[in-house]
Design a protein around this ligand. Structure first.
Ligand code: SAH
Ligand code: SF4
Ligand code: F3S
Length: 492
């Protein structure tokens, strides 16, 4: 049972080890933007700060340290950070008037991309550090706080030194970040993320990720297995392996052999109490036969694949540097569905990439109809500084992008609805993970990642039970519990 705690980062639990000394009671509030990798990183930052005496605050108002873990993928995402910093400036001044100090840090992909610019544009910020430097967090805080000491300069407190850390250090950040404690894991529930791969070498012409996360790197197999064991021992039943290109995973095992994602999945599925495994995000170029075969043979691997194609037009795919055609993508989907016929496919689309014509967009609508998605994310192209596509001359007008996005989203939403409706009357295994909105209701996940609401006792949270789907509500499902659930320990 997860503990019921304020905030999503759980209790302050000092870890044992070299940084275990609790100096003074402080609290941290981490606001997370962007992808699941940032969610994972925020938890790791929280775990790293606990030994320093940082408890979790439920809001920025109550925090001595506020960290914005940011996303740079589209202009809107980056701009959100600056408006939040405006709010924090007021808050910091109000707390200072009450004699309370507030440190403000910007982490994540905006930090990596804009480093010094953030300090110049938002003086409220004390620290800026990129995604590969989180293991240095205790040292960075120390450096900023050391500058607080008054000097002789006319009795005025000196300006705080600004710390900017945006290197890609050679050492593996994961080796130095605090491992999650059992209590922290329990507070986060029965599903967990585990980053196995970071960075990207693909250089799609629209994308900032290769610049903000650096080049592709995979964690060693044993480290991942060790972390998965910690998660499972603390009650986690479902793990989602993360990577910007997770299926490009190629970690080294104890015997010095290089293992691909399928091999890693096989290793993890040996953990007896781990019931379900997922992975995201995959690139079509890296989906090998071993991974297709894993979907046919590994019963712990959930039938859900997030495989973005971005566009259905070969001309646009080429301009995006995706290095595959629309037909190759469709052929891949066919192979996956041959291995696992009920596979739910999800994806990402960009509309209005420079030079996209109505004909190109029609090809995108066509590929959507061909694939038939269970879920999908779609975005208007956003020119990102420093990426090749931003410099292209034939940018698509905003109004055209909006209109195309509307048409695409209407189609994708319809497909998602139909996918959910097809499940009505079917009996599915559901992993319950939290209480529902109604009294007596709990919510879980179908194998296809949809939320499923069921009237059942909360003691079933953390267990998998058969549920007959009776209705849909948008993309969520409503079901009836079938017979007795399988206790957690026997259901793996
Ligand atoms: N590695 C993943 C994608 C990570 S970014 C992949 O290759 O599929 C998540 C999604 O954001 C992308 O799939 C893309 O659809 C979208 N995206 C990235 N850059 C964008 C941009 N400049 N404008 C609009 N959408 C973008
Ligand atoms: Fe970005 Fe392309 Fe890498 Fe995905 S594969 S993270 S879209 S550069
Ligand atoms: Fe955003 Fe960085 Fe993730 S740019 S999508 S937070 S990798």
């Amino acid at each position: 049972m997860p503990l019921s705690l304020p905030g999503r980062f759980g209790l302050a639990v000092p870890h044992e080890g070299k940084r275990a000394a609790v100096t003074d009671k402080k609290s941290v509030f981490i606001k997370t933007y962007g992808c699941q990798m940032n969610v994972y990183d925020s938890d790791r930052m929280s775990d790293t700060l606990m030994p320093l005496g940082y408890a979790t605050a439920d809001s920025a108002e109550n925090a001595d340290l506020v960290i914005l873990n940011t996303c740079h993928i589209r202009e809107k995402a980056a701009e959100k950070v600056y408006s939040e910093l405006g709010r924090l400036r007021v808050l910091k001044a109000a707390r200072a008037a009450e004699g309370r100090e507030t440190l403000v840090a910007v982490a994540g992909c905006v930090a990596q991309a804009e480093g010094e610019e953030i300090i110049a544009r938002a003086p409220v910020v004390d620290m800026v550090f990129g995604p590969q430097t989180y293991h240095r967090l205790p040292e960075l805080i120390e450096r900023v706080r050391a500058g607080e000491r008054p000097t002789a300069t006319q009795g005025k407190a000196p300006a705080r030194p600004k710390v900017v850390e945006t290197e890609f250090p050679a050492e593996d950040k994961f080796d130095h970040l605090a491992a999650p404690s059992e209590k922290a894991v329990r507070s986060r529930g029965v599903t967990a993320f585990l980053t196995v791969q970071e960075g990207c070498d693909k250089f799609c012409t629209f994308c900032v990720v290769p610049y903000t996360r650096g080049s592709e790197a995979s964690r060693p197999v044993e480290k991942i297995v060790e972390e998965a064991e910690t998660l499972v021992a603390a009650g986690v039943r479902e793990i989602t392996l993360l990577g910007q290109n997770v299926n490009a995973y190629h970690g080294v095992d104890a015997g010095g052999r290089t293992v691909g994602l399928a091999g890693l999945l096989a290793r993890l599925s040996e953990l007896p109490r781990l019931a379900r495994i997922r992975y995201t995000t995959s690139h079509p170029r890296d989906l090998d036969e071993a991974l297709v075969a894993a979907h046919a043979g590994n019963s712990k691997l959930m039938p859900y694949l997030h495989l973005p194609v971005q566009s259905g037009s070969d001309r646009i795919l080429q301009a995006m540097n995706r290095r595959h055609t629309a037909a190759e993508y469709v052929a891949l989907i066919d192979r996956i569905r041959a291995a696992r016929p009920d596979m739910a496919i999800s994806g990402d689309f960009i509309v209005g990439f420079p030079g996209e014509t109505e004909e190109d967009f029609a090809a995108t609508m066509d590929i959507v109809r061909t694939v038939d998605y269970a879920a999908c994310f779609s975005f208007k192209y956003s020119p990102r500084p420093g990426t090749p596509a931003a410099a292209l001359a034939d940018q698509v007008p905003e109004a055209v992008k909006s209109e195309r996005l509307q048409r695409l989203q209407a189609l994708l939403e319809e497909q998602q609805k139909v996918f959910a409706e097809r499940l009505v009357g079917r009996t599915l295994p559901v992993l319950f993970d939290k209480p529902g909105r109604l009294p007596g209701q709990i919510v879980g996940r179908s194998p296809y990642l949809q939320p499923v609401a069921v009237m059942a006792p909360s003691s079933l949270i953390g267990e998998i039970a058969e549920v007959t789907i009776e209705a849909t509500g948008g993309h969520s499902l409503i079901g009836r519990l079938e017979g007795e659930p399988m206790p957690a320990r026997r259901s793996a």
